[in-house]
Design a protein around this ligand. Structure first.
Ligand SMILES: *Cc1c(COP(=O)(O)O)cnc(C)c1O
Length: 401
């Protein structure tokens, strides 16, 4: 009794931000004294394909790389069709449109996501309705969602209506946060029960797998992003994935000004968009896709290195994806232990001061001014995680050989 009653020295229990700096350094190769959060490297055919676009004059909306890039995406994600577009945000907007989201419809989306998920709902005419996260996946918690819908929804003619707002709830938009797959079987089952369309926001999870199925193949419509900080980049770009040939045709038509094929006449049969990905961007993307497996393997080795470096860390843990899933570890995620929330800013300051770019998770959507009044479930896990999550430098080339 007396031995264990010894008081600890005053600082022994607190998180020392410099310890996080030391542990990150221990995981990174010795030469990498500065590290960005996620940087692309162009070690394959990028220059050759770009030169080919310029030499042949095929830089814009026609040219062979778009088709090849789309085929590579469809193959990697195990779907029949990929339609490449100018950003992940417009891909989400289009997917929502195709899924039947109409003006004034609510779409269920995590509050803990990048702002583009919510913005795209608004761009499609919908109203983001925020639901809580799951500590096991960082994505939507299916148990909390089912409990919430049970008391929130009134069913009419196979549709779901929000009893509080009087609006239809049309769709569910799960996000695989930082590449860690959400529990799609459970979420799809809830969506089926409530007659909701499902759009998979796979913008962060190209190369991730859920029960041996690729992310991007887990809902009738899924979306990818090729922004500069994603695992594969086209400079900027996105894609919609689907097995439905009719949907794919319609998406190609709508994104190219809804123009009917004709040798010279300009005939458009509905209000279309100009959202197609230029050939020059697709050329970059195709070269990147040729190395996707190499990059996913590198990111797993980097995650292993972080696991080793933080193995005996008393104040947090490196997030491990849920059982039966394989994250692409787009951003390796450190979660501070409960009680260490007040050290978050100190850790972010110390690591960034040391040239190691770390970032907190996004400000939850319901805490942003434009979404403060939106409908939402109770969000205790979201608000808790938002104070404890730190993303670590995650570029694939930081991995040990
Ligand atoms: C990157 C991202 C998007 C949008 O992608 P952009 O290509 O930047 O428009 C959407 N949702 C999430 C979760 C993302 O991380």
């Amino acid at each position: 009794m007396t031995a264990t009653a010894q008081p600890l020295p005053p600082t022994a229990g607190a998180l020392d931000p410099n310890e996080v700096v030391r542990r990150i350094r221990a995981a990174l190769p010795p030469g990498e004294t500065k590290a960005a959060l996620h940087e692309p490297r162009f070690g394959g055919n990028e220059k050759a394909y770009l030169a080919d676009c310029i030499d042949t004059n095929w830089v814009s909306y026609a040219g062979g790389y778009v088709k090849k890039f789309e085929q590579a995406l469809a193959e990697a994600c195990g779907v029949a069709h990929a339609i490449s577009v100018t950003s992940g945000t417009v891909a989400l907007q289009l997917a929502m449109h195709m899924a039947g989201v109409q003006a004034g419809d609510e779409v269920l989306v995590p509050s803990l996501t990048f702002v583009a998920s919510a913005n795209a709902i608004v761009h499609a005419g919908g109203v983001p309705h925020f639901v809580d996260a799951d500590t096991a996946t960082l994505g939507i918690d299916p148990v909390a969602l089912a409990r919430y819908l049970d008391v929130t929804v009134e069913r009419r003619n196979g549709e779901s209506w929000n009893k509080a707002t009087g609006r239809r709830i049309a769709a569910l938009l799960p996000v695989h946060i930082f590449g860690h797959p959400a529990d799609m079987d459970a979420l799809n089952a809830i969506a089926a029960q409530y007659g909701l369309a499902v759009i998979e926001d796979a913008t962060e999870s190209l190369g991730s797998r859920y029960k041996d199925r690729p992310c991007g193949s887990l809902a009738p419509l899924a979306v990818l992003s090729f922004n500069g900080n994603k695992i594969v980049t086209t400079g900027g770009g996105g894609a919609i994935l689907t097995d439905d040939a009719q949907l794919a045709d319609r998406l190609r038509h709508l994104t190219t000004t809804a123009k009917l094929p004709h040798r010279w006449a300009f005939i458009h049969d509905e209000v279309g968009w100009n959202f197609r990905l230029p050939n020059i961007n697709a050329a970059l993307g195709l070269a990147q896709m040729e190395r996707l497996d190499v990059m996913v393997a590198a990111k797993r080795r980097l995650w292993d290195a972080y696991n080793a470096a933080f193995a005996d860390f008393a104040h947090g843990r490196v997030f491990a994806e849920a059982p039966a899933t394989k994250s692409n570890h787009w951003l390796v995620t450190l979660i501070l232990a409960p009680g260490s929330e007040d050290r978050l800013d100190a850790v972010l300051a110390a690591t960034n001061d040391a040239g190691l770019m770390t970032r907190p998770i996004w400000t939850p959507m319901h805490q942003l001014p434009m979404y403060a009044e939106n409908p939402r479930a109770a969000l205790p896990v979201t608000e808790d995680l938002a104070r404890r999550v730190i993303n670590l430098p995650s570029s694939p080339f930081l991995a040990p050989a």
